[in-house]
Design a binder for this molecule. Sequence first.
Ligand SMILES: [Mn+2]
Length: 346
Amino acid sequence: MSMENLLKEEELSLLRSTLEGAGKILITCHTNPDGDALGSMTALMSVLRRRGKEVVGVAPDRWPDNLEWLPLMGEVRQYLRHEEEVKDLVKDVDLVLMLDHGRLDRMAELGEAVAGLQVPRIVMDHHPQPEEGALLTLCYPGFCAAAEVVYKVLDQLGWTQDMTADEATGIYCGLMTDTGAFAYNSNRPELYRIIASLLEKGIDKDHIYRKVFWASSADRYRLLGYLLYVKMEILHEYHAAIITFTNQERKHFQLKNGETDGIVNYPLMIGGMRLSIFLREDTEKRGVIRVSLRSVDDVPCHDISAEFFQGGGHRNASGGRLNCSMEEAVEVAKKAIRKYAEILKK
Ligand SMILES: [Mn+2]
């Protein structure tokens, strides 16, 4: 299927010659890797391996259990757990491909290791404001997922014709998870042309959906009920809601890693809601509150996050963190909501 070209001629030829010249390639993604980060990574690992490259995929830290089934996931390394082993494995790479992030600091400690390699980097991403310093920055904030960038790039290289069903599955997983199964950020017709070609490669989209979204434990559903009934504070006047979640509650509900993902979306299902803020205690570091924000339409999560939560992201989906107690974090969230009252009350 022919699609509109993404890369300029000179970008394409630089990309092609760099990939051809590299024998061993490291692919990285951002911390708290999600379905887009890991779906894009595993798909690209496979494509490049089939083209004779030695490829190492490394995630900075843990990923949720509901992504464990992705093809090639068994070969993705986790830097936090295997730092020395990974360092040894990547010391002789010729090239780094940064997926779903455009900044070294989005990889935490892995970013320092990558900077130390002193080899060219190519970014394939859809987050705003990638940093300078990469050989090639293929970053398109209008795209719904890094997986979309990867697919379009591969298509322009002429490498999608022989794409396997497993590779297409990784790409689809990225598109699906970053749009909440095509509930937001998914109005561009081109997206559905890509999906049509992935279906032609043999993906089972219904199966992928169930693997990712219908993989909860019973405990997770009980937790959801608890959080919505007991812990959700609705600020009706501002069309906003705050949910808090402590480590004590995590222990009580015996949650697995990643099982709080997506809970931030639920308040937006209440008619008229425009902003949802989820505050949870970090599982590793005391005194750190992790923040997730979701919004609809023109409510700018990324600005709110940058201003109040030391974070950023997309307009309708952002993250951040605070170094304080939960009580203080709630106060910061309310302050943020009041500051943005005008937009929220629309
Ligand atoms: Mn993404």
